[in-house]
Design a protein around this ligand. Sequence first.
Ligand SMILES: *[C@@H]1O[C@H](CO)[C@@H](O)[C@H](O)[C@H]1NC(C)=O
Ligand SMILES: *[C@@H]1O[C@H](CO)[C@@H](O)[C@H](O)[C@H]1NC(C)=O
Ligand SMILES: *[C@@H]1O[C@H](CO)[C@@H](O)[C@H](O)[C@H]1NC(C)=O
Ligand SMILES: *[C@@H]1O[C@H](CO)[C@@H](O)[C@H](O)[C@H]1NC(C)=O
Ligand SMILES: *[C@@H]1O[C@H](CO)[C@@H](O)[C@H](O)[C@H]1NC(C)=O
Ligand SMILES: *[C@@H]1O[C@H](CO)[C@@H](O)[C@H](O)[C@H]1NC(C)=O
Ligand SMILES: *[C@@H]1O[C@H](CO)[C@@H](O)[C@H](O)[C@H]1NC(C)=O
Ligand SMILES: *[C@@H]1O[C@H](CO)[C@@H](O)[C@H](O)[C@H]1NC(C)=O
Length: 338
Amino acid sequence: MGGRAQPDRKQLPLVLLRLLCLLPTGLPVRSLDFTRGTDNITVRQGDTAILRCYVEDRSSKVAWLNRSGIIFAGQDKWSLDPRVELEKRTPLEYSLRIQKVDVYDEGSYTCSVQTQHHPRTSQVYLIVQVPPKISNISSDVTVNEGSNVTLVCMANGRPEPVITWRHLTPTGREFEGEEEYLEILGITREQSGKYECKAANEVSSADVKQVRVTVNYPPTITESKSNEAATGRQALLKCEASAVPTPDFEWYRDDTRINSANGLEIKSMGSQSLLMVANVTEEHYGNYTCVAANKLGVTNASLYLYRPGTGRVDNGSVSLAVPLWLLAVSLLCLLSKC
Ligand SMILES: *[C@@H]1O[C@H](CO)[C@@H](O)[C@H](O)[C@H]1NC(C)=O
Ligand SMILES: *[C@@H]1O[C@H](CO)[C@@H](O)[C@H](O)[C@H]1NC(C)=O
Ligand SMILES: *[C@@H]1O[C@H](CO)[C@@H](O)[C@H](O)[C@H]1NC(C)=O
Ligand SMILES: *[C@@H]1O[C@H](CO)[C@@H](O)[C@H](O)[C@H]1NC(C)=O
Ligand SMILES: *[C@@H]1O[C@H](CO)[C@@H](O)[C@H](O)[C@H]1NC(C)=O
Ligand SMILES: *[C@@H]1O[C@H](CO)[C@@H](O)[C@H](O)[C@H]1NC(C)=O
Ligand SMILES: *[C@@H]1O[C@H](CO)[C@@H](O)[C@H](O)[C@H]1NC(C)=O
Ligand SMILES: *[C@@H]1O[C@H](CO)[C@@H](O)[C@H](O)[C@H]1NC(C)=O
């Protein structure tokens, strides 16, 4: 603190005594800056605050005080804080400048001016604002359907930020209430996706962060497409399952597992699996089973590869009885040349 100006110790106690005596007595306050006793000055954290005060003549005795003591007495700096200095752009100005304002600077400051027979004080309340900032938010989570999930989002700021949660995908639903915690009881697969936490106050734009919630559920087969194909042609059976995590597929011919070999190829991508027959022969017609499994469960569906004209396409539960009967009739017809 070598360069700091040393206050005149002889004179100050007297000045201060008189200043401090004046403060609570409610003497008429006349300030060029402030018409009321206390005014608010709002400054953002990190900015510079200038608390204005003017004297009427150069011989006035002046001082700046905060709640805990004297900052300046006349030209003498009592505060050890290097961020604090006087601003005197005119001989009669006696303003206080505080650089890089922080939250602990918030509070009331008093400019005390004493001329002969004419003392006055003006008080300023410094409000320090801090933009909202999310300090802690849940990490991405993966849960099983039906679980209870609690997401947490904590934020700092002055004034205290308002926290809101929103389900971004797919519903866009906003959750009411100013909640640090978002509790989802018995989560469903529709409630998976991104959740956005927004912390807002009037100081600056809101701080926003996201959490991804993955909901696991067992497979259900959403599409199983039977097909028909003539011998010598290519055939395709399609099976689709909804599941998280992505299901693994297996194909069975009656009770026998099918592998990609001998002109059969299984292609599985994401939620869909295709069984491809490169060159259909008589042995290929019949009943196939598509099995979809993930760690939460397994399910299957039956599909059929038909001779052309013997079955209906796109319906896994068609009975072969009618087409066989039709076949018999057509055969009879052929034989009897009808
Ligand atoms: C100063 O702010 C407080 C709240 O922070 C408010 O109650 C008061 O009315 C304000 N004073 C002036 C003079 O604006
Ligand atoms: C006002 O008082 C506080 C508490 O003692 C102190 O930390 C702070 O530095 C003072 N403010 C200024 C601008 O000197
Ligand atoms: C964030 O919050 C969680 C849950 O309250 C806590 O376990 C964790 O320690 C916090 N992390 C930080 C960096 O504050
Ligand atoms: C979910 O929370 C409800 C209510 O608090 C409780 O009854 C239920 O047992 C919880 N379920 C699980 C899977 O923890
Ligand atoms: C399909 O198989 C038959 C009998 O094996 C053969 O004659 C025919 O050339 C094959 N067709 C194609 C396109 O490979
Ligand atoms: C097809 O195969 C599945 C599984 O082997 C079986 O449950 C189903 O009854 C069969 N359908 C027909 C019509 O044979
Ligand atoms: C298909 O599911 C049924 C009943 O869930 C089961 O009995 C059958 O063994 C399954 N078929 C295959 C090939 O996994
Ligand atoms: C398949 O046909 C049966 C009746 O034969 C019907 O109940 C079922 O809804 C059909 N399924 C599809 C997917 O069209």
